[in-house]
Design a protein around this ligand. Structure first.
Ligand code: NAD
Length: 504
């Protein structure tokens, strides 16, 4: 099979545009088209055409193409990271790490798609011995991906890379805050795989563009964003029964046991809570430390967090709040927590100085305060004391969210046993966010954190439909699917089945 060149004509530009701005300075960055239903429909049609040739390629050829795209991304790592940093305001090092993780995932998806999705035989049953049964995972067709702004490369690529590896085309709508990053990913795909350039397209714009994509009858919509938006987009998908995958927010808890390495725990908690200005879906927002070590842990967390500084210069530890509206949420959570009796060990409501938020460490936060129940999505961490591990587990699980979690424990096996009691899609023992960097591990949550999984084998299968096939090898002595079967033969079959099922 040879590669065919689909219609890779550039999309017609819309007259309306929007401007992206630097979160640090408010300076304009670039103009992008506001794509409406027509542009979205055109992108989906072109992607559908391109998908036919892509799905017809031998798996090894798709892998080669995707690995070439990965190499182009690696060669352009600085450009991609710079684009991410400009649009989100995050430090260059964080943006580089985001691209590195993306490369790891893309490589894994490319190399493992064939193994995971290859057709396989399955055993038949008592009355189906005359059949040969098999199943195969077929691509869905065109997958729509709606992305967030906080990890504008890594997060959508958790759907984009895996969907392409599974044989689909993708139309990506990046966040309106980070359209250049999404567009650059598609451009680099076109450069790496020119014969299939139309396979990955971007449409840009805000909610209306996303809604147009949800209405465009793509074969699945993979959404990452807040639970409120997920509900709205899912309602649109329901109209056409478009399958929907939701990766939403989190309120991740960390449990620290009495025998934990407190320096390692504090180091990880501070990074998990404050990196990317706390704008991480699976970032650390709540910590439950057993009473005996609570004070010592707080001391270490405050010491480390107090040494960090937000800013836009090269020495800053993290950047501004990317979404200006989030500043008010962070201020509301911190103010309400303090008014309700929480103690601010570091910073407080005054730490919110647009566009930055300095580190805030709270303790004794009432469990019903917004800082404990809603996603704060800022550099704020609550470190509460609990009587024991049982109380820590109960409090960690008592949340509308269930995305990630972490356990710090002196004994790894005990740590893993505590992890197994947590209602979370992923748990790290003695690290934070360890699971996000392992491509073979599925990622996703439940409750308000969404449903479905990206990454790993489940993340590949998420973008396929199983086709089951039986091939009749010979005519059975008793063909039960025929009007010609004598009544006596049918009764014998029923007696045989009853006898066997009563025994097993
Ligand atoms: P958001 O919900 O505001 O927007 C997400 C995307 O949806 C954007 O592209 C936006 O343009 C689009 N959108 C908004 N309204 C829409 C509509 N009516 N129809 C279709 N599309 C619409 O979220 P955000 O502020 O961009 O991202 C932050 C959220 O994402 C946080 O809650 C964060 O925890 C979550 N997140 C989750 C993961 C994960 O993998 N679970 C990863 C990163 C971010």
């Amino acid at each position: 099979m040879t590669d065919t060149a689909p219609d890779a004509a550039p999309r017609a530009a819309t007259s309306a545009t929007f401007t992206t701005r630097s979160p640090a300075t408010g300076e304009p960055l670039a103009e992008h088209p506001v794509d409406g239903p027509e542009e979205v429909a055109r992108a989906v049609i072109r992607a559908r055409e391109a998908q036919v040739a892509w799905a017809a390629l031998p798996a090894a050829r798709r892998r080669e193409h995707l690995l070439r795209w990965k190499r182009v991304l690696a060669a352009e790592l600085d450009t991609v990271a710079r684009t991410i940093a400009e649009e989100t305001g995050k430090p260059a090092g964080d943006a580089e790490l985001e691209v590195v993780l993306t490369l790891e995932h893309l490589g894994w998806a490319a190399r493992n798609a064939d193994r995971v999705l290859r057709g396989r035989r399955v055993r038949t049953g008592l009355f189906t011995v005359h059949q040969r049964a098999s199943l195969v995972h077929r691509p869905l067709g065109v997958v729509g991906v709606i992305g967030p702004w906080n990890y504008p490369c890594y997060t959508p690529m958790g759907s984009v890379g895996y969907a392409l590896a599974a044989g689909n085309a993708v139309v990506l709508k990046p966040s309106e805050l980070t359209p250049a990053t999404g567009t650059l990913l598609a451009e680099l795909f076109g450069r790496a795989v020119p014969a299939h350039a139309g396979l990955l397209a971007t449409v840009t714009g805000a909610a209306a563009t996303g809604e147009a994509l949800a209405r465009s009858e793509v074969d699945k919509l993979a959404f990452t964003g807040s639970p409120g938006t997920a509900r709205r987009v899912m309602a649109v998908c329901a109209e056409t029964l478009t399958p929907f995958l939701a990766e939403c927010g989190g309120k991740d808890a960390v449990i620290v046991t009495a025998d934990a390495d407190l320096d390692a725990a504090a180091d990880a908690i501070v990074w998990g809570a404050l990196s990317n200005a706390g704008q991480t879906c699976a970032g650390v927002e709540r910590v439950y430390a057993v009473r005996g070590i609570h004070a010592a842990l707080c001391e270490r967390v405050v010491e480390r967090a107090g040494a960090l500084r937000p800013g836009a210069d090269g020495d800053a530890d993290y950047g501004p709040m990317t979404l200006p509206g989030q500043l008010a949420t962070v201020e509301r959570h911190v103010t309400a927590a303090v008014s309700a009796g929480a103690r601010a060990l570091l910073g407080g409501p005054e730490s919110v100085r647009a566009p930055y938020v300095a580190p805030v460490v709270l303790t004794g936060v009432p469990e019903d305060a917004a800082a404990m129940t809603e996603e704060t999505f800022g550099p704020v961490v609550a470190v509460n004391a609990v009587a024991d591990v049982d109380e820590a587990v109960a409090r960690a699980n008592d949340s509308r969210y269930a995305l990630g979690a972490a356990v710090f424990c002196g004994n790894r096996r005990t740590g893993a046993a505590i992890a197994a009691r947590l209602r979370a899609g992923a748990v790290s023992v003695n690290s934070v966010l360890g699971f996000a960097a392992v491509p073979a591990l599925p990622f996703g949550g439940s409750r308000d954190s969404g449903f479905g999984r990206i990454h790993g084998a489940e993340g590949l299968r998420a973008f396929t439909a199983v086709q089951s096939t039986t091939v009749q090898r010979f005519t059975p002595p008793i063909a039960l699917t025929s009007f010609e079967v004598p009544a006596a033969a049918r009764q014998r079959a029923v007696r045989l089945a009853r006898t066997l099922h009563l025994r097993r």
